[in-house]
Design a protein around this ligand. Structure first.
Ligand SMILES: *Cc1c(COP(=O)(O)O)cnc(C)c1O
Length: 361
C-alpha cells in the first residue's frame, strides 16, 4: 500500500465565492471494495485514476502556475476497539487556517474543516471504504500499521498573472496508506539545501516548501541514505528539521531537545504531542537551538516526528564526511518508548487521558 494514491470515492470540495464558502460532497465512480479488488489491474487503475480527475476545475491557476497553496495531513486510525479515530484534528484545523492566512487567502473556518474531514471519512466508510484494526501491528509498535490518510488542501482559482488567491478551493480527499518509513536502520545525511529562509514560508504548510524537500530527499536516497536533515539558512550551523518532519535528539545527559519554533520550522502536531508526553514522563524537554556539532557529539538517540513518520529513529547522521552513529545503529529505548506511547494512544491501545482522540465511526 505504502504512500500510494488510491482516492476513496467521496471527496469534499468548497470554494470561497462572494464572501462565503460553498461546499459539498462529490461521489466519484466506484464499485464495492471487494468488486474493485477483484478487477484486473489495468481497469482498477483506470477507475482509481478517474477519482483523482476533476474536469470542471481550472487547469491554469495560481497553484499550478506559481505553487500558491497549502495543505494538511491527518490520519483516521483503525481503533483496537473498532471504528476509526482521528488524532487532534482541531490542531490541523487551526494550522490550516493559519497557513491560509499566511498565504493571504480567506481562511477556511475551523468548524467547517472538522466537519468536512469527519464527514468525508464517514461517508466513505458507509460505502465500505475503510480499514480494520489488525493486532499484528502491536508487534512492531505500529510501524507497519495502515490508516486512512486525510489530505485537505487548497487550490487556486483560474488565473495567469502572478497573484494571490481570493477565491480558493478547499478540497478533502482520503486514501488508505501504510507505513511511510520502513522499520530498521535509517541513516541520515545533512543536506546543503535550504528548506526555509527567515521571513519566508517555512512556518506555513505550503506546497512550495516541498520542492526543496523532494530534491534534498532524492539526493539523500541516491547517496544511500534514508533521510536528510536541514541546517538553518543563516549560520548553517543549527539543526532545523528532517526532510518533511520535525526532529528530536535524546542527549546522553537525559535531556530531550528539539529545535525551537520560529518562522523556519513547521509547528508539528506530533512534535507538540511528543513534547507533552515526554514531560509527563518526567523527562527534561528543551525547545532550543541545537548545533550540528552538539547533536553529533552528545546524542544518545535521534528521531524524526510527523503524522506520516510517527516517531522514526535516525540511527546515524553524516555531515561533511563525518558520521555519528546513535545507539550502535539500533533503535533506542527512549525512541521506542515514546513511539509506543503516542501510537498506543492513537490506535486506542492506551487510554486517551488528554482527549486527543476523536472517534469518527
Ligand atoms: C507536516 C510537517 C511536519 C509534521 O507535522 P505533523 O503535524 O506532526 O504531521 C513537519 N515538518 C514539515 C515541514 C511538515 O510539512
Amino acid at each position: 500500500m505504502a504512500f500510494a494514491l488510491n482516492t476513496y470515492p467521496i471527496t469534499y470540495r468548497s470554494q470561497f465565492i462572494n464572501g462565503k464558502w460553498n461546499g459539498g460532497y462529490l461521489e466519484k465512480p466506484h464499485k464495492t471494495p471487494d468488486e474493485e479488488a477483484a478487477m484486473n489491474a489495468e481497469d482498477r487503475a483506470k477507475l482509481e485514476n478517474s477519482r483523482n480527475c476533476y474536469d470542471d476545475m481550472p487547469l491554469v491557476n495560481y497553484t499550478s502556475q506559481y505553487g500558491l497553496a497549502c495543505f494538511e495531513g491527518l490520519k483516521a486510525l483503525p481503533q483496537k476497539n473498532g471504528g476509526l479515530a482521528i488524532f487532534r484534528p482541531d490542531q490541523n484545523a487551526a494550522r490550516f487556517a493559519r497557513s491560509m492566512t499566511g498565504l493571504c487567502m480567506p481562511p477556511f473556518p475551523e468548524e467547517l474543516f472538522l466537519e468536512a474531514v469527519i464527514e468525508t471519512v464517514k461517508r466513505n466508510a458507509r460505502l465500505g471504504f475503510t480499514l480494520k484494526y489488525n493486532s499484528d501491528w502491536e508487534k512492531d509498535s505500529y510501524m507497519t500499521a495502515d490508516s486512512v490518510y486525510i489530505r485537505p488542501f487548497t487550490m487556486g482559482e483560474g488565473g495567469i498573472g502572478v497573484n494571490l488567491s481570493s477565491e480558493p478551493y478547499v478540497m478533502v480527499i482520503t486514501t488508505p496508506v501504510s507505513a511511510y518509513f520502513k522499520p530498521g536502520r535509517s541513516d541520515a545525511i545533512v543536506t546543503d539545501k535550504i528548506r526555509a529562509n527567515p521571513n519566508g514560508t517555512g512556518w506555513i504548510k505550503a506546497c512550495s516548501n516541498y520542492v526543496i524537500s523532494a530534491l534534498a530527499k532524492s539526493e539523500a536516497l541516491k547517496a544511500g541514505y534514508m533521510e536528510c536533515v536541514y541546517l538553518d539558512a543563516t549560520e548553517r550551523k543549527y539543526i532545523e528539521e528532517g526532510s518533511s518532519c520535525n526532529i528530536f535528539f535524546y542527549l546522553k545527559s537525559g535531556e530531550l531537545v528539539t529545535p525551537e519554533l520560529g518562522d523556519t520550522i513547521l509547528p508539528g502536531i506530533t512534535r507538540a504531542s511528543i513534547i507533552e508526553l515526554a514531560r509527563d514522563k518526567g523527562i527534561k524537554v528543551s525547545e532550543r537551538k541545537i548545533s550540528i556539532d552538539e547533536a553529533m557529539e552528545e546524542s544518545k538517540e535521534c528521531f524524526v516526528s510527523g503524522t506520516a513518520a510517527g516517531a522514526t529513529p535516525l540511527t546515524s547522521l553524516t555531515y561533511k564526511g563525518k558520521k555519528a552513529v546513535f545507539n550502535d545503529g539500533k533503535e533506542g529505548e527512549f525512541t521506542v518508548e515514546i513511539r509506543d506511547t503516542i501510537k498506543g494512544i492513537q490506535y486506542g491501545k492506551l487510554p486517551d487521558t488528554k482527549g486527543w482522540v476523536v472517534q469518527v465511526i
